[in-house]
Ligand binder design. Structure first.
Ligand code: GAR
Length: 320
């Protein structure tokens, strides 16, 4: 078994958007304070400055942002929100009773990293007045769903659902209260699964491997016990590095043009780049993958560049 490492990974930085009570926000927040939770709540934001959830978040010491959306065009409002999320270093967004449609641009920016909770077993009963609709239809079972947010309202890929029985004599209020209990169990678990899926060293290595092996005549072989990628007839162009000598980093190592570029890169972005042990003097550069928000296009560019520098001449000229 290759050692792909058990480097401690940075926690995902979650923003929660609310419009009202914020009980799901509270569930996410308190779950984040339990040991080993893979996310932390770094911002609670609202389009309703009077949302009770804001006061709770503030009392718990969580930074908040509130702005009334009235009179502000949707795209402008979402741009303001996006700027706040960026400022807070947010990596993932959870909508928790955020009762405002989001612009396509905002949704596209957070694609794959933004989730919503909805009080029904989706795809049944999208939209509002869900519990009334469940009761009117005489259904015996309802529930809650967490899904990725896409431009299709309440229609993105489902990440998790929990069932809730409709009890005799239930009203929309009693049903809503019970569905809330179920939501509070479901939401933290699904968010934790989503963010861990991305930051687990195994998942990161899978992604590096897929990009590296997509390059012409690239192959994988263990080097010093960890996965490395080389070009047939050429040399290694990428190496996996996870908690190497306990450095706490999960990274891919690639070839820069030399130690000068290596130093310039580290100076430009010391959070992202580092000088790897052993390969550092040879001009290799470490690109961290445990920052919580990997720019995979950037990683792919580096792999391609490093591949080119390592490939035999007949291949290095290939247009990729
Ligand atoms: C929750 O039941 C959530 O599922 C719902 O709003 C409620 C917010 O409660 N969201 C939607 O209907 C979205 N389509 P909370 O403020 O107490 O978390």
């Amino acid at each position: 078994m290759p050692d792909i490492g058990g480097a401690p990974v940075a926690k995902a930085r979650l923003a929660i958007l609310i419009s009202g009570t914020g009980s799901n926000m509270a569930a996410l927040l308190y779950a984040s304070r339990l040991p080993d939770c893979p996310y932390e709540v770094v911002l609670v934001a609202s389009n309703n400055p009077a949302a009770p959830g804001l006061a709770l978040a503030a009392a718990e010491g969580v930074p908040t942002f509130a702005r009334d959306h009235k009179g502000v065009p949707r795209a402008d409002f979402d741009a303001i929100l996006d700027a706040e999320l960026t400022r807070a270093g947010v990596t993932h967004v959870a909508l928790a009773g955020y009762m405002r449609l989001l612009s396509d641009g905002f949704v596209a920016h957070w694609a794959g990293r933004m989730v919503n909770i909805h009080p029904s077993l989706l795809p049944a009963h999208k939209g509002t007045h869900v519990h009334e609709a469940v009761l009117a239809a005489g259904e015996r079972v309802t529930g809650a769903t967490v899904h990725l947010v896409t431009p299709d309202l309440d229609g993105g890929p489902i990440l998790g659902r929990v069932r809730v029985a409709v009890a005799p004599g239930d009203t929309a209020e009693t049903l809503a209260a019970r569905v809330h209990h179920a939501e509070h169990q479901l939401y933290p678990r699904v968010v934790a699964e989503l963010v861990s899926r991305e930051v687990r060293p195994e998942a990161l290595l899978d992604r590096v491997r897929a990009l590296a092996l997509a390059l012409p005549e690239a192959e994988e072989r263990l080097t010093h016990g960890t996965p490395g990628f080389f070009v047939r007839g050429g040399t290694f162009f990428a190496r996996w590095s996870a908690n190497h000598h306990g450095d706490g980093r999960t990274a891919v190592l690639v070839k820069a043009s030399g130690v000068e570029e290596q130093a310039a890169l580290i100076e430009q972005d010391p959070e992202l780049y580092f000088r790897p042990a052993y390969l550092g003097p040879a001009g290799w550069i470490g690109i961290r993958l445990d920052t919580g928000a990997v720019d995979w296009d950037h990683v792919e560019d580096w792999l391609t560049r490093s591949w080119r520098a390592s490939a035999p001449k007949r291949l290095a000229r290939l247009p990729i």
